[in-house]
Ligand binder design. Sequence first.
Ligand code: SF4
Length: 266
Amino acid sequence: MKDKILITNIQRFSLHDGPGIRTTVFCKGCSLRCPWCANPENLEPQPEQYVKGGKQGTYGRFVTCEELYGEVIKDALFYRQRGQGTGLEALPGGVTWSGGEALLQADRLEPLFQKLREAGVHQCVETCLFVPPDKLAIAMEYLDLFYVDIKILDKERCKSILHGELELYLTNVKALFVAQKPVVFRVPVIGGYTDGEENVEAIIDLIRQHRPLKVELIKEHNLGQSKYISLGKKPPELHTVTDEFMESYKEKILDRPDIPTEVCKV
Ligand code: SF4
């Protein structure tokens, strides 16, 4: 299994994982443990048994680069369509690497990143960016657009709540902007976890230090409940923030009007 990629799903015709029509590949394995995670089946870096509706199954399967290339290139015709307008909307569709944290498998994905680049397929990644810098460097060589989460920017809370090292994240954010890579920041706004005043101010500071193409403030709901249950885990109970809070958050960021900011609900 050394060179194979562990995935849980290939989602075709996706309209919410980047520009245009995309094929999203969900890779399995993540170093964080966000209490609000909507994809609990993508956390452990090995296949897992589940029980759903009395039936057993497995989350995760190993695929070769060739198999995965064959799957995603089937949708190549759709990737060429571009939306109206300028900026992100005008970009073509393509492949989005998601998870879990796809970049943890960047060394195994590298031949595929390269092959898709040579085929002219636009590639995005949705990443928490808590990954070794050498794996990020592989992605930076081939991928076209980075959707980067901003979650908790206090070192202690980052460690205790997310199980992540904040310094690693900040080093990786800096590397992306120094290399002038196109970045969209995604901010999950979760009551009791990411919506505290100090965290909001720190997030706005980080956004203003850089030049992202866009900021998406994500109002999360209790997603992935059935997947938690299928794994024998208790689903998280989240406190959703109000629409008014989301709008005032957006207004604060828009104090710097050159950063387009949108409130999104998932
Ligand atoms: S980074 Fe994403 S996949 Fe990983 S635990 Fe957090 S929400 Fe889940």
